[in-house]
Design a protein around this ligand. Structure first.
Ligand SMILES: C[S@@+](CC[C@H](N)C(=O)[O-])C[C@H]1O[C@@H](n2cnc3c(N)ncnc32)[C@H](O)[C@@H]1O
Length: 205
């Protein structure tokens, strides 16, 4: 499908952009940022050996990641996105064929979900959308820092002890490590790809 591009990059950081994009797209369209499940399935199966793990998908969009993981045996997936238009379309698309998957209109900075109730949280491109402020990437505005910090605070609240946060991004460690360094956690960083690199940040609680 054709991607509906914003006029300015920083629009990726607004709910209005995403609502408009998802309302204009046909109901059955899908778009996967950076990587598809096929590209990363081996790594995910290694990091998430238990197919019964309870998984939180942060800013699910209309990516096929959740459905492909579901079809690979991970049925306990809770999807959240702050675009209500998107969530409704995704629920209608999947509720009959993938009944165990849940869909919630929710902001990743404040999620009405039970503390320590997830084994895994996954972010593919969502923190990146919040980071597209029009500013110096070396010195992001305070609001952007707070948004990313709030997301990671929420993820750490929702993960059980021993849980893992997997973040897939194009963002290099210099620009992302600051949001992912927390006392009592460990951070592993893997580089993916050969020509253009993506990074997998694996934060363990
Ligand atoms: C770049 S897309 C990534 C979509 C999907 N994860 C993927 O891999 O293709 C970012 C998604 O995050 C959502 N999003 C951005 N900020 C959010 C927030 N604060 N809370 C919830 N969802 C958010 C957007 O609506 C959009 O669906």
């Amino acid at each position: 499908m054709t991607e509906i591009l914003p006029e300015k990059n920083e629009q990726y950081g607004t709910k209005e952009y995403w609502d408009q994009r998802y309302s204009q797209e046909p109901d059955d369209s899908s778009f996967d940022w950076f990587k598809s499940y096929a590209d990363i399935a081996d790594i995910f199966r290694e990091i998430i050996p238990d197919k019964n793990a309870r998984i939180l998908m942060l800013g699910c969009g209309n990516s096929r990641l959740s459905e492909d993981m579901y079809d690979d045996g991970y049925h306990e997936i809770v999807n959240v996105d702050y675009s209500g238009i998107l969530i409704e379309k995704m629920r209608q698309k999947h509720e009959v064929i993938r009944p165990e998957m849940q869909w919630h209109e929710m902001d990743v900075r404040e999620m009405a979900l039970e503390t320590e109730s997830f084994d895994v949280a996954i972010d593919k491109g969502t923190m990146d959308a919040m980071l597209t402020a029009k500013a110096d990437v070396w010195d992001p505005p305070e609001e952007v820092i707070q948004n990313c910090t709030r997301e990671v605070d929420e993820v750490l609240r929702l993960l059980r002890p021993g849980g893992v946060f997997i973040y897939l991004t194009f963002g290099q460690p210099h620009f992302r490590r600051r949001y992912l360094t927390r006392e009592g956690t460990t951070l592993e960083i893997r580089q993916l790809g050969e020509a253009f690199h993506y990074y997998l940040y694996i934060l363990r609680k």
